[in-house]
Design a protein. Sequence first.
Lengths: 606, 576
Amino acid sequence: MARLHVMERSEAQAVMDGLHTALEHRLSVSSLAPCPVEFTAAYIAMCATQSCGKCTPCRVGLNTLHDLFDEVLENRATPATLDLIERTARSIYLSADCAIGYEAADMALTAIRGFRDDFESHVHNHACGFKQSELVPCVSGCPAGVDIPGYISLVEAGRYTDAVKLIRKDNPLPLVCGYVCEHPCEMHCRRGMVDDPMNIRGLKRYAVDHMDQDYVPETCEATGKRVAVVGGGPAGLSAAHYLSGMGHDVTIFEARKHLGGMLRYGIPNYRLPHDLLEQEIGWILSSGIDVELEHPIDDLAELKDFDAVYLAIGAHGDNRLGLPGEDAQGVISAVEMLRAVGDEMPPDFTGKRVCVVGGGNVAMDVARSAVRCGAEKVTIVYRRRVADMTAQDEEIAGAEAEGCELLELHAPVSIEANEDGVVTGLRVQPQIIGGLKRGRPAPRDAAAEEVVIPCDIVAVAIGQKILSDDFASQGIPTKWGRIQAAEDGSVAEVEGVFAGGDCQSGPATVIRAVNAGKVAAGNIDNYLGFNHEVSCDVELPPVQFKGKTSCARCEMTEREASDRTCDFDLVEHGLTEEEAHQEASRCLRCDHFGFGAFRGGRIHQW
Amino acid sequence: MVTLTIDGREVTVPEHTSILEACRTAGVKVPTLCYLKGLNEIGACRVCLVEVEGIDQLVASCNNEALDGMVVKTTSPRVRQARKANVEFLLSRHDTACTSCVRSGNCSLQTVANDLGVTSLPYKVDLTHREWDMDFPLIRDADKCIHCLRCIQVCDRMQNTGVWDLINRSSHTAVGVTGGAPISETDCALCGQCITHCPVGALRERDDTERVFDAIADPDTTVVVQIAPAVRAAWGEPLGLSHDEATVELLAACLKQLGVDYVFDTSFSADLTIMEEGSELLRNVAEHPGELPMFTSCCPGWVRYCKAHHPEMVDHLSTSKSPGQMFGAVTKSYFAEQAGIDPHKIFSVEIMPCLAKKSEVDIPAMSDACGDPDVDVSLTVRELDRMIKAGMVVPQQLEEVELDDPLGTYTGAGVIFGATGGVMEAALRTAHAIATGREADADAFKDVRGQDGWKEAAFDLGGTPVRVAVAHGLGNAEKLIQAVNNGDATYDFIEVMACPGGCVGGGGQPIHDGEERAEERGEVLWELDREMPLRRSHENPQIKAVYDEFFGEPLSEKAEELLHTDHHAWKMPTEA
């Protein structure tokens, strides 16, 4: 008998690995709707399968815990059962020998504390009290509730203009979203259980890129009501579009030279080309919206002749590091730099070394823009790990491909400058990553010396501020700069004023701003005494059940990095016709099958 | 049109036809449990599965369109096995005590299981045993529910009420009262449509037949039964009788055979309702012209809905009691006096196509005649049929008998109360006569008939224009009320019946899974009306007599006391 064996992967192990991968796939399709009790019970049962069985709390305790959850689910539990569950989970947590046991118990504790109301609903009403419901996963995941399966079926049928029409029922910026949406819908896509989630953004982009010709937006009979929209970003444009369509007389007041807000002044041309953005804005304005450019509103009294006001001023102020040397020449804010890029006046960084501080999408935009401005070297300095960056993975990968260095685990300490006050470097303190703090791993100073990264420019991209002080002084309630508005967008203290978008939510995504504008439009319409309904008369092609087929996802491709860093032109290539049609045909049509069949797969009007 | 092949046969059907309907067109039998055309085409039970060429998995035929060139097989081994497995799954969560189930012999699960050759159960049976308030007129047995979800759809989409919902998820998914509330605390209208659309015995009426049997058995009690108009259109269906055979006179014979002392006809008090309600309408139009409309109040399901959902409209309900309650009040006053019977010894039974009547008879205010409830028990037609069977009465062997005097005389106007538009038409026939002093043709107002959910018409009553509307099904009623509230529609008089098609489609009628018989049954009533010598309520000689001898005139003090009610005298559970 041999003394040692070379490890070989048995067939059974291969099957087991396959099941694990499938489970990962399945769980990565986050569901919006499971019953918290049911989910936790299944989670504990799953954890128990990993137990080696040696120690008591894990071997016996986890199953006991699962039985108690069953009592809740089968309406046999009393309030005492809930206390027993908590006590049991705590005992397992305190006494299990390894992570299999104590982690499972910790999750159970988190669940019973976090979902206490729902557990009690099961005990008292014998019914799940968790209100969130998911009709169609992608639609539920989309803040604007766009009819995603509907427009995908239209793309599949080659009816691109109809697809765009259907999107515009809920989102008047399909082009913008086709290029830059963060696509939270894809996270929920059930196709992910089979192979990969649908490339929903890619299909939207294909539809806008290939629609025949644009039509004129329909408008209802004029109501004679005037609405002022303050800020021409996605929230303002969205509100203006729907309000104008409802027959109201809309004027957008924009502080800058161009409309678009962060679409223009935050997202560089290489991700969202200005000419395309202008085209989409032009379509929105074609319904007869008035625009006053370079007309900031500081005083609400200026708008007293309007019947309603929508504040959508975004978050265009910069956050400062608050470190020594920050006033040195060569320190710029992300907002400042991207604004210049947006106004087609990019700075010249030829031969310069740039440090970008931050780890979000804006930091990536700044870094990649700096490359295009001729920088010799761009370093993205971040105090956590790359894995902890809030920027989207493709943005980080894009920056890396374009030659940006990622210096993780380094926290800025001060900015070094020469005697003329010109930046010479960024002093940073190496960090070590620690435990979770509010869900994210927290870094702390490592036992290592500070280092100076020599550079000429320090670009600060650590978040934006909302410039709401003027409004606050006029009685608009704010909290940490955010304008306080109710769920319907109305500002409680001020009659006829609504607010939404980044200035209300804090810096967020385009699609959330679009939704804010849509919500405000509907409620402003009601406030003005109307109830216009927004609908779309596009008829969808028949649904065909295709059964289980295997087909992975088509991704968009990009221009070669060495080529694209020379200009601000668009980086991403859209899907080809062949790819778009294959991709569209992968949709499982959850609007027609599954729960969508029962409760209705679409909202026809709002 | 699209052409497809089903089991080797070519079939051409219109576009957007489901595979299931295409199979039916082709004469191919496909079993279903959850399917309800137009209302519940959701592929939940997975019993209607078929094989479609080119697709690996089986396809739910109810939830998929027939497409051009499609090749469908309905009898392959895979199909048969999958259908059977799904029925076995359902049976493992179903209380199969068929012998004590009201739907035994009329149960789709039983039929489908038998058809598919289920002879033993391979799976462990696991039942939930959820509790239920057995005093409530609507009884739900969770252990019989097969989660077809029809009740949820009917309640939501047809009746706009939302009593039922899915109350848990995944493997614990269960149909139940929304939010797990006790049923008696909901705004259930008790229309009973969930019962008549349930494929199994999960939903039924509270059985009150023993109380009637006991009363019959008591020699000191006089049992008086009234038969509602719509009953005659349906009572014979489960007993193997045709519409022509199942007359109200044959039913009277059955009831007499069971030992009932007096058999009367609610159509009589429908005529009485017309006298009161018609007079109320003319008074309202004259005294408050242009005000919000008057609604009929003869449907207790509608009254419950109105109180729960539109308290602002309650004062616009006619104060006239429903015909059943008027009948009860007259029975324990006028009739008791005439017959010389102590009203406290009368046991007053109504046979209704209705579930809501079971709650109506229990309203404390409905005891105007002698202090006892004016009606003691309300039976559905299904309970009536069970009594006939339990009494071993074979209608085929009985001769028809005349209804008893004096409350057995009625007109065609009373009979049509059981169909949508009937109350309106009956009211207009009499209102026209009162307003103009002339008789209109009995068919002059037939524009309000028919199965449209929301009908409207305008008539001239002696120079007074009267705009009327008729809605049946509470979802349609809701739309109509919204329109009235929004100022989009203006009417003087509105008839609402909670059940689609009116009482002929009532929640207490015999059940035929997958069939809507309201229209056909309604025709029976319209046909009876056509053949009646008297077709206007005010022509009923007994009505004349009861006013001459007892009430004086419509809306008299005595009439107000016995024949009218205060809709605020009781509350719906959710009513403020």
